[in-house]
Design a protein around this ligand. Structure first.
Ligand SMILES: [Zn+2]
Length: 229
């Protein structure tokens, strides 16, 4: 079984695994860099890491259109239902919990950040996800600072870590090096950069530093281009 990942800009990724389409942090219609619109993406599952608009703005519309199941923390799950997502299409969870889904196991991990929803509602605790697919373990950090928790998150081994490197609102390139050392993934994919000027980064320079300071292979994805993991 192959798993393919496509970067849709910012922290939005599309995964295709075992015939299931999993969308992470949908921010498309208002994103200055997204290569597709919300009306054009496929989704069987949508994973939301936290309530900020640049991670959730298209989640409800995509769920309503596709009938996808949305995975989020409890507070965001309640909010999504108020946006018209059917209750049986919401999997609500919280930090440290794991749910079994048709494509694999999904665990919600700690993230050090904040999480207000677009209308000002409380968004609960921000998180990340570890996806245990049949042949692959992938960690989506979400928006977070560098944290020692990453040593725990890396236990059991990671094939891929998807980390923010934009700085200003999350950890930056410098701290992402330490994060990779804590997590010890085989490959690392950067995100949450080059969407707006405050998070502009040179991904090639970052990749050189990952290569020289860690054992991981950096994988800088091109926007909209499918990559086999
Ligand atoms: Zn955020």
């Amino acid at each position: 079984m192959t798993t393919e990942i496509t970067w849709l800009g910012h922290s939005c990724f599309s995964l295709e695994t075992g015939g299931v389409a999993v969308l992470v942090d949908p921010f498309l219609d208002d994103s200055p860099v997204a290569p597709v619109k919300a009306a054009d993406v496929a989704a069987d599952f949508v994973l939301v890491t936290h309530g900020h608009f640049d991670h959730i703005s298209d989640a409800a519309a995509i769920a309503r259109r596709t009938g996808a199941t949305v995975v989020a923390n409890f507070e965001i799950g309640q909010w999504l239902q108020r946006q018209g997502v059917a209750a049986d299409k919401v999997v609500a969870m919280n930090l440290g919990g794991t749910v079994e889904l048709p494509f694999g196991r999904v665990k919600m991990t700690v993230a050090h950040h904040s999480s207000m929803l677009p209308d000002g509602s409380y968004g609960g605790s921000p998180g990340g996800y570890v996806l245990s697919l049949p042949k692959l373990r992938i960690y989506f950090a979400g928006d977070t600072a560098l944290t020692l928790d990453m040593k725990l998150i890396g236990l059991g081994g990671l094939d891929v870590a998807v980390l923010p490197i934009g700085d200003t609102f999350t950890m930056g390139p410098e701290d992402s090096i330490e994060a990779v050392k804590f997590l010890n993934p085989r490959r690392v994919i950067p995100c949450h950069y080059n969407t707006w000027p405050p998070i502009a980064q040179d991904a090639d320079a970052w990749a050189d530093r990952i290569r020289s300071h860690t054992a991981a292979e950096p994988v800088v994805l091109e926007l909209g281009k499918k990559h086999t993991l």
